[in-house]
Each structure stands twice: as C-alpha cells, then as structure tokens.
Design a protein. Sequence first.
Length: 147
Amino acid sequence: MKQDNSGDVSTTTSIVLASYALLSGRAGDRRDWDRFRALYAPGARLIPIEARDDGTRAPRPMTLDEFITSRTPFFDKTDFFEWETGREELRYGTLAHVWSSYEAGHELNGPRIRKGANSFQLWHDGSRWWILSVSWDAVEALNHAGR
C-alpha cells in the first residue's frame, strides 16, 4: 500500500522538517529515499559548501541521485540526526525562501557535532510545496562532547 506523505509538502515548515527527519537515523537504517525525492521538484539541486584540497570552501552542486550516492556510505556507518534550531522565512507569490539554522549530532537533540545553515528555495504549485534547491554550509565541526 502506498503511503500518503502529503503532510510533508503542505506547508513550508512541514517540507523543511521532513527534509531533516528523512536524513536522520541510526547507522545502517535505510533512509526513505523515495519519500525524500518526493520533496524535490524535477531538476532540483542540493549544494553543499565543502572544503577543497587547498583549504578553501566552494559550492558543489549535486542532483538528488548524486547527493544520495555521496551520503549513503556515511549513513550506513554513522548515527546521524539533524534538527532545526532557528528559521527566517520570506515569501513572494508562489516562491519562499527559508533560512534554517540547524545542529547535528549522533543522537536527536543530543550533543552537537556540527551546526550550520540551510538556504531552502521553495515553490508552491497551487497544491503543494516543492524544494527547488537547498544550499548549506556546516560552519563548525565540534567534538563529541558538544559545547
């Protein structure tokens, strides 16, 4: 029986929180990539700001499939949870921008190992919200004890 995940895309809040929830889980837990894909518009991009070999940071645009392929090995061996800690939202017509601060840890709301910001660009098609792109920078890596 097909699961109804329409609640994931009914509001800007629900789609952003679904994105965090679908990336979170225990090591080896299979992420629900079909449900994750359903959040994104065709042609959407995920754009982490990542360290280069020379120590500078630069964007690395990815398709959904490239993102899934790049992150699956990490999720297979690492407990990882992300949660929103703050948000700002701007809207104009059918477009919304959500600036979502987050933290991540090996336990939900546990000691953080990272914090950063996600920049979500969302579009409402008249019946639901879609993620057009999300860019992020994990600006701080922390030890396991947190701060």
